[in-house]
Structure formats: structure tokens, C-alpha cells
Design a binder for this molecule. Structure first.
Ligand code: NAP
Length: 248
């Protein structure tokens, strides 16, 4: 028996990085996966093909998570094609790093829209099918930066801290409906988002981490699987840190 046998999962931002890792593990564990992306059409088609080998229904949707109407249309389309939504992973995210002195209003708004408003958009849209099913698990991708703050990332830190407050509130509101809501705070995970950094900078990061390595997309996917599955049936409103002990 696989951990997500027959479950329907929506994963935002899964054309690459952590989202792709989650989509892959979910499909391996028997889930039907509807994933989204912003612009990577080719990568999305390749992932659809790759994951179809696991034998469940897989479909990529080009859908801007920051757009309220688009999120509602996405969920409507998934319910029409897949029947329901059991799991939502709000993973899509961007950075527009710069010191506050130089940060433009556009850089602030863009990060808050894509990282935080998207969580509101998608979570609100799945409430109806999850209430109908009398169960659901929502997992929001925060960051250690949302807990600790980071120079040059005031917009990103605010969006990721906002996600934690949203998660606790949603858990409190929806618990009586058997809808769970948790957050994950990854530390330094080596993906395209971090691939832009110089190797010596990356090595310095690794040296400061108690487990002495950057995290992998699989490290985050494993914890996401736990929160998505019935293994975590009595866990809600929590933030799990996946950071190799970077933040204790
Ligand atoms: P990534 O490699 O840059 O991938 C981002 C994904 O989000 C892509 O699939 C991208 O689609 C999609 N996306 C971007 N804007 C979108 C939008 N408006 N609507 C829908 N999809 C959108 O990022 P990552 O490193 O895997 O990070 C994934 C999540 O983990 C983010 O929320 C990030 O903040 C968080 N996180 C990452 C780290 C880390 O060290 N990497 C640490 C802590 C938290 P396209 O390919 O089409 O652009």
C-alpha cells in the first residue's frame, strides 16, 4: 500500500526544484498529480511524461498562483478532471532580493503576491471540495528566512512569515472539518533558486549547517509526503523545519 494511493494532489510551482521533487515522490506514492507552473512549458510537458510512468493521472497547468480568478479556475478544472482535491501544496515562490534602501514597490508587491497571496488564493479555492470530502491536507512552503529574517530579503521574509500566520489561522478554522494545514520551513536547499550563487558562497553555507550539507529536494519532499499522508493525521497548525539544524 502506497502512502497516497488514489489521492488527488495539487502542487503549485512544480516544473522544477522542490515542487518537482514533491510531484515525483507523490506520483511514486500513488497520487494523481495536478501541478502548476508560470512559464516553463517544455519542462512541464517533460515532467508530465516522466511521471506518467508511475501509472497515475498527471497533468501540468500553466496558471499564475498570484491571480485570484486563475486559482479558482484551476481548482474547478482539477475537480472536473480528477473528481476532487485531497492535498494542496502551496509551493510556488520567487525571490527579488535587495536591501530595503533599494527595494522598489514593484519588488515588494511581486514577492508578496506570488509567495503569500497565492497561498490565500489556492487555499480558499480548495475549501469547498475538501469540505465536501470531509478531509484535506494543505501544506504551505515557508522558509527559515520567514522565522529568522535575513538582510536583503525583507520582502521574501515578510511573505514567508505571513505564510506561518496564515497556516495557524487556517488550521484553527478548519480543524473541525478535518482539514489540516501545516507549513514547512526549508533551510538551504540546493535548487535553481540557489544555483545562481557562487560555489564558495554555497560552501560557506554548507559549513555553517550542523549536518554539513545543503538540503536536497528529496529531503523536503519526504516531509511534504508525511504531512500529506494519514501518517500525520493528528498534526495541524505546525511548521516543520527542514534545515539540517540550521535553525534550532
Ligand atoms: P525554483 O526552483 O525557483 O522553482 C519555482 C517554481 O515556482 C517553478 O516551478 C516556477 O515555474 C513556479 N512559479 C514561480 N512563480 C509562479 C507563479 N506566479 N505561479 C505559479 N508558479 C510559479 O524554486 P525552489 O527553490 O524549488 O523553491 C520552491 C519553494 O520553496 C518556494 O516557495 C521557495 O520560496 C521555497 N524555499 C526554497 C528554499 C531553497 O533553498 N531553494 C529554501 C526555503 C524555501 P516556472 O518554471 O514556470 O518559472
Amino acid at each position: 500500500m502506497k502512502l497516497l494511493d488514489g489521492k488527488v494532489a495539487i502542487i503549485t510551482g512544480a516544473s522544477r526544484g522542490i515542487g518537482k521533487g514533491i510531484a515525483t515522490l507523490f506520483a511514486q506514492q500513488g497520487a494523481h498529480v495536478a501541478f502548476t507552473y508560470a512559464s516553463s512549458d517544455e519542462k512541464a510537458r517533460a515532467l508530465e511524461q516522466e511521471l506518467s510512468a508511475f501509472g497515475t493521472k498527471i497533468k501540468g497547468f500553466k496558471s499564475d498562483a498570484a491571480d485570484f480568478e486563475a486559482a479558482q479556475s484551476l481548482v474547478d478544472a482539477v475537480v472536473a478532471e480528477f473528481g476532487t482535491v485531497d492535498v494542496l501544496v502551496n509551493n510556488a515562490g520567487i525571490t527579488r532580493d535587495t536591501l530595503l534602501m533599494r527595494m522598489s514597490e514593484e519588488q515588494w508587491d511581486e514577492v508578496i503576491r506570488v509567495n503569500l497571496k497565492s497561498v490565500f488564493n489556492l487555499s480558499k479555492a480548495v475549501i469547498k471540495p475538501m469540505m465536501k470530502a470531509k478531509s484535506g491536507s494543505i501544506i504551505n512552503m515557508s522558509s527559515v528566512v520567514g522565522v529568522k529574517g535575513n538582510a536583503g530579503q525583507a520582502n521574501y521574509a515578510a511573505s514567508k512569515a505571513g505564510i506561518i500566520g496564515f497556516t495557524k489561522s487556517m488550521a484553527a478554522e478548519m480543524g473541525s472539518r478535518n482539514i489540516r494545514c501545516n507549513a514547512i520551513a526549508p533551510g538551504f536547499i540546493e535548487t535553481e533558486m540557489t544555483g545562481a550563487l557562487a560555489e564558495d558562497v554555497v560552501q560557506k553555507w554548507r559549513d555553517t549547517i550542523p549536518l554539513k550539507r545543503g538540503g536536497s529536494t528529496e529531503d523536503v519532499a519526504n516531509v511534504t509526503l508525511f504531512l500529506a499522508s494519514d501518517m500525520s493525521a493528528y498534526v495541524t497548525g505546525q511548521t516543520l523545519h527542514v534545515c539540517g539544524g540550521m535553525l534550532m
